[in-house]
Write a protein that binds this ligand. Structure first.
Ligand SMILES: Nc1ncnc2c1ncn2[C@@H]1O[C@H](COP(=O)(O)OP(=O)(O)O)[C@@H](O)[C@H]1O
Ligand SMILES: [Mg+2]
Length: 449
């Protein structure tokens, strides 16, 4: 993309309405625009990151065998009357009436609808296990939408639902989700710690929230410092193996890590003092086993091997796709702007032409642009007729992890500058070497899917 042809409405001033850094930077970098309280347009740069995050979520879901589908945003109230949640859900549910006076709602989640799909088409244990998921907009009429996309009213979520014959199988699905979530977040450059969460009215131990540590997080968290040393990395896990998934679950959840809702001070005090940490975190996902809570009232049953009809064991598993943009920025920025991890950056590398209109720099930039694209990379070329300082400020604000700077003096020696956004380190090297370096840096990212 050439910046002169792009739509990147960056703001010079700090927007007054933004209370936290990610919201401020997303507005300043021209990524989002608020259209109503908690409802945003995704401008091109924000939309690009949103799509990259969505893509990683899809790849990691499908890696472990989960199957994508797409359910609508609008749902019939009748389905929710069957589960009893139409009345229970309260004010957060946006209720709508159509011209035939039928009650609809804008889905805050999809347990009822997926259960309806399941019961309509599946009747035998032979079709299990099954996990279906989608990435779809949700609406929750939050009383206090705030912090930009972090707590919106309309937001994008991955929600997945497992259907299993037995509790044991459903707990394997739970563990498998944990495995896939660990990898998903790491690909986005995030450490998201699974913490024991509150099962709510259904109770039970089987729910974990994934938290990214950040001062601006809405949850108070308590954890054993050893947990932040854990890394999933590039392990090859057989997602069908109960034992392998269970081992990962144990490794990542045996140490103390809880949100304020489940915190147990006496247990926490048993940790050596130097390992006790109290901090704040952003919830970027949650996994949940809830048994037959929906399958029983809604009649989602299968014929078991012994011929009897039994309700299926289910769980639901969410990732806050749009919230993740805010969480990543909270975890990765400096005073000049965003610092995107390579896995989610909207453009892989920025090209800054220090002397627009000069034959040598223009053609060197064009050549770099073409060669980077030929490597399967997505560069952003700042071809505006602007001062160097303004170009650097824009690149720093929008946070591309790498920048190639092209000026007449360097070019005279066949050199350009390659700058790392995070460390600020700059290296002079021939243009072809810069392309090779960038290609090598992104090779694991491009291959990861
Ligand atoms: N209002 C919101 N705005 C943006 N993301 C949200 C919002 N509510 C929930 N999410 C994201 O969706 C994920 C799954 O939702 P869920 O666990 O049902 O939400 P909650 O725990 O807030 O009830 C959460 O982990 C969070 O990342
Ligand atoms: Mg949650």
């Amino acid at each position: 993309m050439r910046l002169t042809r792009y739509f990147l409405p960056v703001l010079k001033e700090d927007p007054k309405e933004a209370q936290i850094v990610s919201h401020r930077l997303m507005l300043r970098a021209g990524m989002i625009r608020q259209q109503a309280a908690g409802i945003y347009s995704w401008l091109p740069l924000g939309y690009k990151v949103l799509r990259r995050i969505e893509q990683i979520v899809h790849e990691e879901q499908q890696r472990v065998g989960h199957i994508p589908l797409l359910m609508p945003t609008l749902q019939s109230a009748d389905l929710w009357r069957e589960s009893g949640r139409y009345d229970d859900y309260g004010e957060e549910m946006l209720r709508i009436r159509d011209r035939h006076k039928r009650d609809l709602l804008y889905g805050p989640t999809n347990e009822e609808m997926i259960t309806d799909i399941f019961r309509s088409h599946i009747g035998s244990y032979k079709d299990l296990p099954l996990t279906l998921y989608h990435i779809q907009w949700k609406f929750r009429d939050e009383i206090r939408p705030r912090f930009g996309v972090m707590r919106g009213r309309e937001f994008l979520m991955k929600d997945g639902y497992n259907f299993d014959l037995t509790k044991e199988d459903a707990l394997h699905a739970y563990n498998r989700h944990l495995v896939s979530y660990l990898r998903t977040y790491e690909r986005m450059g995030l450490q998201a710690i699974p913490m024991r969460a509150d099962g709510g009215p259904i109770g039970g131990d089987h729910t974990h929230e994934f938290l990214v540590l950040a001062e601006t997080g809405e949850s108070e968290v308590y954890y054993d410092s050893e947990i932040t040393d854990l890394k999933f990395g590039n392990r090859q896990i057989d997602h069908d193996s109960h034992a392998e998934c269970q081992a990962v679950m144990e490794e990542f959840t045996s140490r103390y890590a809880r949100t304020d809702e489940t915190h147990d001070e006496a247990l926490f005090q048993q940790l050596p003092e130097e390992r006790r940490r109290v901090a704040r975190g952003i919830e970027v996902g949650q996994i949940f086993y809830f048994g037959t809570k929906y399958s029983e009232p809604m009649g989602a049953t299968v014929v078991a091997p012994d011929g009897s009809r039994v309700p299926v064991h289910m769980g639901s598993h969410g990732i806050g796709v749009s919230r993740l943009l805010g969480a990543i920025i909270e975890a990765s920025h400096d005073e000049r702007g965003i610092i995107w991890p390579e896995g989610v950056t909207p453009f892989h590398v920025g090209i800054v032409n220090l002397k627009q209109g000069d034959n040598s720099t223009d053609s060197a930039c064009e050549a770099l642009y073409a060669e980077l694209r030929a490597q399967g990379l997505d560069p952003l070329y700042d071809d505006r007729d602007e001062r160097a300082g303004a170009k650097f400020a824009t690149m720093d604000l929008i946070g591309l992890p790498w920048r190639i700077t092209v000026g007449p003096r360097g070019l005279a020696n066949n050199k350009v500058e390659l700058t790392n956004r995070r460390s600020g380190e700059t290296e002079e090297l021939p243009p072809s070497d810069a392309v090779a370096r960038i290609a090598a840096i992104y090779q694991p990212v491009l291959k990861a899917g």
